[in-house]
Design a protein around this ligand. Structure first.
Ligand SMILES: Cc1ncc(COP(=O)(O)O)c(C=O)c1O
Length: 410
């Protein structure tokens, strides 16, 4: 007979955890005051107010970058960066197979061809050897994603890029506050793209920013995000294909308030992530994202691990169900690698890439690591859990150990 404490909650035992974990977003009177100030100013568009302007300067400075261009989201930032980098129709851009949709759709929307490359099974980030192997005479850019908030192998990727004259666009949508050899994520490549969508570690509900030290690139991005206008130009004069992708002042105000907390929150997530990874790694079959030396600060947008069913003694789905019943929110993440999305399988690109379509075959992309992560092994815990206390991390560790032990008996 097992006691109530060791019987899995999924089988009627007492859950490890009944208290809620920290929720997201975090806000207080300082956010209210800042947004109210912007509201009462009546200057709600960025062309009238100074909230977005201030935020751009603060965020860029925090990254050691001279330029920051805030936009409506972190998909548009990727697309506009690629457009501004001078990509021509049907140039190739290397992207990972294990990432959110936008990393690749931004490429299509820039009228370029996404070329998918598998990730490393230990770090969940682009494998530089696979990047090298994917380069063709048409390759113009590579978009490393700092998955879960851990910086990709930027040193190797930058070396490859330098040899082949590629534009390196960091997709840092998960990596606010992360550091690569102490350099802020997003500031290492030619440009860095961030998202401020609701789930992100810095959020205004929706939003994004592009940071760079390249003056020409910044000027092009600013123009494309503002209807193709140029500094000092005539108001109704539009110089490039473009649109209105400006961020609004209320969001800028909120970001200015939220930014005050980012440093402290990132330090907490990073410390909790290290502690949790060390504890969970001791459980057979549990493989937390392997952290290379270069990632001197992990932003832990996700705490991600691989669960190897054979060694763990139970399939991922059973483990997730049991963990949830123990009071630990966790999910399996993406259902399949990006090239298997119907959009890519069917090349449903609308007016984009009409000539390239015949030579594209996304059914043949080889990405065994991403497939294994999606179909069998990935487990995600949300960033807000990592804002918790030592005791909260202990509960997560206890629950994993309990579930591991409990599922052996089935
Ligand atoms: C890796 C990655 N890139 C890009 C984006 C796009 O950001 P947004 O939702 O702000 O367009 C996301 C958003 O979830 C993301 O996770």
């Amino acid at each position: 007979m097992t006691s109530g404490a060791t019987t899995l909650a999924v089988r009627g035992g007492t859950p490890v955890r009944t208290r809620p974990f920290p929720t997201w977003p975090v806000f207080d009177g300082s956010d209210e005051a800042r947004v109210l100030e912007a509201l009462r100013s009546g200057k709600w568009g960025r062309l009238a107010g100074d909230q977005v302007d201030q935020f751009e300067q603060r965020f860029a400075a925090m990254h050691g970058c001279r330029y920051g261009i805030a936009m409506v989201n972190g998909t548009v930032t990727l697309r506009i960066a690629l457009m501004a980098a001078g990509l021509q129709a049907e140039d190739e851009v290397i992207v990972p197979t294990y990432t959110f949709l936008s990393t690749a759709t931004a490429v299509v929307e820039a009228n370029a061809v996404p070329v998918f490359v598998d990730v490393d099974l230990a770090t969940f980030n682009l494998d530089p050897a696979a990047v090298q192997a994917a380069i063709t005479p048409r390759t113009r850019a590579v978009v490393p994603v700092h998955f879960a908030g851990q910086t990709a192998d930027l040193d190797a990727i930058r070396d490859i890029a330098a040899r082949h004259d590629l534009f390196v666009l960091e997709d840092a949508a998960h990596a606010h506050g992360a550091r690569h050899w102490e350099r802020p994520a997003g500031s290492v490549g030619h440009a860095g793209s961030f998202s401020f969508q609701s789930s992100k570690n810095l959020t205004s509900g929706e939003g994004g920013i592009l940071v760079t030290n390249d003056e020409q690139l910044a000027a092009r991005c600013r123009s494309i995000h503002n209807c193709g206008r140029v500094p000092g130009g005539v108001w109704y004069e539009h110089h490039v294909i473009s649109g209105n992708y400006r961020l609004g002042e209320l969001q800028g105000a909120l970001l200015n308030a939220q930014l005050e907390r980012l440093e402290r929150q990132t330090a907490t997530r990073d410390a909790n992530g290290r502690a949790l990874a060390a504890r969970l790694a001791a459980i057979p079959g549990v493989h937390p994202q392997q952290r290379p030396e270069w990632c001197t600060r992990h932003s832990q947008h996700l705490f991600m691990l691989r669960l190897d069913a054979e060694t763990f003694g139970a399939p991922r789905e059973a483990a997730i169900e049991a963990l949830q019943a123990e009071g630990i929110p966790c999910v399996s993440g993406y259902g399949y690698p990006l090239p298997e999305q119907p959009l890519f399988r069917n090349k449903a690109f609308g007016p984009y890439l009409p000539h390239a379509r015949a030579r594209l075959d996304y059914t043949q992309v080889s990405c065994p690591h991403s497939q294994r992560l999606c179909r069998e092994q990935a487990v995600w815990l949300d960033q807000s859990l990592l804002l918790g206390t030592d005791e909260d991390m202990r509960d997560i560790g206890d629950a994993f150990e309990k579930v591991h032990a409990g599922l052996q008996t089935t």
